[in-house]
Design a protein around this ligand. Structure first.
Ligand code: NAP
Length: 291
């Protein structure tokens, strides 16, 4: 049996929740996984974009009941509301792909008082996973996949300045949020060991998507120009799809992947004490009941 045939058997009847599935690597992965037989539950922030991706999913894999929920994942109340909505609608979730992400040239603060990159790229992963954890456990065997980035390699945390009030640049804040993805993956893996739920994260490569288009400023222009050097969304989605489908990943947890291979994150991404501290801060900041 070929790897493709095996993946199709594994994906038949699976329910997959995807954030950031209306564009870029998330959309490519959602369409590919639907093509293998999965039912996709999309989280979108924009009606037109959400409906367009839902229509593509219906065309790719009709009649399995793909679903669309709306939330601005930069806003705490919306993260919580959409998690409650999905948990009410889905008795069982086989795969959660936390993939929504963005970068901002200027420091922006959400109405909850969070720096916007930290809110979108880390807190949304934390809050959505917390709200769906019982549904993932109900699947018996489930996977959580967090899209991180090699951008974490230049980042360090000041655990007392997670909102980047002291030294904001778009790349520093983005790197910190992507480091948070790795530390969250690590701590969650420790906490879910032996439950049947695994969690891994990845770097997709430098990919020509809409990433950076809303960044604004010089960084937006630089990313736009650099995209001529980037790989395609189809290529960039490969590791996401691998983590969702590969049988050999079923027993792996807490790892960082690039090009469908395990790789070591930077030293700051292997700091278990920092991973615990970030968890505790994330609980305190969001008020999520997840001790
Ligand atoms: N592109 C790269 O080179 C690269 C490299 C490393 C890591 N990554 C990571 O890969 C992930 C996917 O990015 P991409 O490259 O595919 O970029 P993309 O084309 O810009 O897609 C980003 C996705 O996130 C969604 N999103 C952003 N902010 C949101 C919010 N506040 N609420 C709800 N959804 C929101 C977007 O929704 P809309 O469709 O409404 O805009 C879109 O679906 C991100 O986590 C990014 O950090 C990308």
């Amino acid at each position: 049996m070929s790897h493709c045939e095996l993946s199709e058997i594994i994906m038949q009847g699976k329910t997959i929740v995807v954030t950031g599935g209306t564009s870029g690597i998330g959309e490519v992965a959602a369409l590919a996984l639907a093509g293998m037989g999965a039912r996709i539950v999309l989280v979108a922030r924009n009606k037109g974009r959400g409906e367009a991706t839902l229509a593509r999913l219906e065309q790719q894999a009709p009649g399995v009941g793909h679903r669309l929920h709306y939330a601005d994942l930069a806003q705490l109340a919306e993260m919580k509301r959409v998690a409650v909505e999905i948990a009410a609608a889905e008795p069982r979730i086989d795969i959660l792909i936390n993939n929504a992400g963005a970068m901002f040239a200027n420091r922006e603060v959400t109405k909850d008082g969070f720096e916007k990159t930290f809110a979108t790229d880390h807190l949304s992963y934390f809050v959505l996973t917390a709200g769906l954890r019982e549904r993932l456990l109900a699947a018996g065997s489930a996977r959580i996949i967090n899209t991180s980035s090699h951008a974490h390699k230049t980042a360090q945390f000041d655990i007392n300045d997670l909102q980047s009030t002291k030294n904001y640049t778009s790349f520093l804040a983005y790197g910190r949020a992507k480091l948070a993805n790795i530390l969250f993956t690590r701590e969650l893996a420790r906490r879910t060991a032996g439950t049947g739920v695994t969690v891994n994260c990845l770097h997709p490569g430098f990919v020509a998507t809409r990433f950076g288009d809303e960044a604004g400023g010089l960084i937006g222009h630089v990313i736009g120009l650099a995209k001529v050097l980037a790989i395609s969304p189809e290529e960039g989605a490969k590791t996401l799809i691998y983590l969702a489908t590969a049988p050999e990943v079923a027993t792996k947890s807490g790892e960082y992947f690039y090009k469908s291979r395990r790789t070591a994150p930077a030293r700051a991404g292997r700091d278990d004490a920092m991973a615990r501290a970030l968890w505790e801060k994330s609980v305190a900041l969001t008020g999520v009941d997840w001790v």
